[in-house]
Write a protein that binds this ligand. Structure first.
Ligand code: SAH
Length: 227
């Protein structure tokens, strides 16, 4: 097994070659990606591949996104240190840890209890305690904790859930989420100004489906995807 020094070297190479070269330039995001040990968030048998340019299985038929997508989504949210973020789809907790590094407080919702427990342990082992992980249907958001400065959805939804829009902070709240069918989606950035919402399409992507009331039905095929 590689030493933590060797993993750190791989992580720096991941940042330089997969992120900086493709245009990610937010210093804080790059720093977070250099610090958070991605290999500790993947299954044991995939540790050696943790810093490769691809998504990886994390168990329960789910995947951890490709590093570039994590960095891209995080950069686009332009997170400030005082902000509160809602993440939907905790998964391995890797993206959650990146958000914890960059913001004041993170609420994260995961449908699968086992993934939520593991993610919580990993993140607290790593020393972050500015988060609250909930088990449940994140497609409905967390109305009791709203509003949120930022919302990040890391699983695909068939259409924009109004219930999430209303949980965005009124003056400039932003949400990033993949909208489309179970095979292909468009990553959208939604901005709230009062009761007006604007939407920008950023890129095409492929995420596992969000299963829930405002997501897909649970009988959908949610096998690991390739992004
Ligand atoms: N961001 C994660 C990857 C998420 S994969 C990471 O860095 O590892 C998408 C996750 O969304 C899966 O863990 C899946 O179980 C979860 N999910 C699916 N439907 C959900 C729902 N309705 N509410 C919360 N989580 C959901």
């Amino acid at each position: 097994m590689p030493t933590s020094r060797e993993y750190a070297r791989q992580r720096n190479r991941m940042v330089d070659e997969q992120l900086v070269k493709r245009g990610i330039n937010d210093r804080r995001v790059l720093d977070a990606m250099r610090v958070v040990p991605r290999h500790q968030f993947v299954l044991e048998e995939f540790k050696l591949h943790a810093y490769e340019d691809r998504p990886l299985p994390i168990g329960e038929g789910q995947t951890i996104s490709q590093p570039y997508i994590v960095a891209f989504m995080t950069e686009r949210l332009r997170l400030k240190p005082h902000q509160t973020v809602l993440e939907i789809g905790t998964g391995s907790g890797y993206q959650t840890a990146i958000l914890c590094h960059l913001t004041h407080y993170v609420f994260s919702v995961e449908r699968v209890g086992r993934l939520a427990d593991q993610a919580g342990e990993r993140i607290s082992d790593f020393g972050y305690n500015n988060l609250d992980i909930h088990v449940g249907d994140g497609s409905q958001g967390l109305p009791d904790q709203a509003s949120f400065d930022r919302i990040m959805v890391t699983a695909a939804v068939p259409r924009l859930p109004n219930v999430l829009c209303t949980q965005l902070e009124k003056h400039g709240g932003q949400m990033i989420l993949p909208i489309g069918d179970e095979h292909l989606q468009e990553l959208k950035l939604i901005t709230r100004r009062g009761e007006r919402f604007t939407s920008r399409t950023l890129l095409r992507c492929r995420f596992v489906p969000l299963i829930g009331r405002y997501g897909f039905d649970s009988d959908i095929n949610s096998q690991p995807t390739t992004l």
